[in-house]
Design a binder for this molecule. Structure first.
Ligand SMILES: [Zn+2]
Length: 86
């Protein structure tokens, strides 16, 4: 087993991990993960009236076209996640 030193994780990373692990050993669902990611600034909810079709966004696949008329909540990755993407 690898040993993780506290120094390897930032306070923010630890807070996110601790929040997620508080659910365990229950059933961690996508909603839990999403809620946790929003709380810790990894995702930000935005209202959209058209599929944004950007990488990592699932609103185009998850929502029906008529739902965009009234606006849907799209969860966008924040720079905390996208800074490491190319
Ligand atoms: Zn979207």
């Amino acid at each position: 087993m690898p040993t993780l030193s506290n120094a390897l994780l930032s306070a923010a990373e630890r807070a996110f991990a601790i929040d997620l692990m508080n659910i365990w050993p229950g059933n961690l669902g996508g909603d839990d993960l999403q809620e946790c990611a929003i709380k810790h600034g990894l995702l930000t909810p935005e209202t959209r009236h058209a599929p944004c079709a950007e990488s990592g966004c699932a609103c185009a696949e998850l929502c029906f076209p008529d739902e965009f008329d009234s606006g849907i909540t799209c969860f966008r990755k924040t720079t905390l996640l996208t800074d490491n993407e190319e």
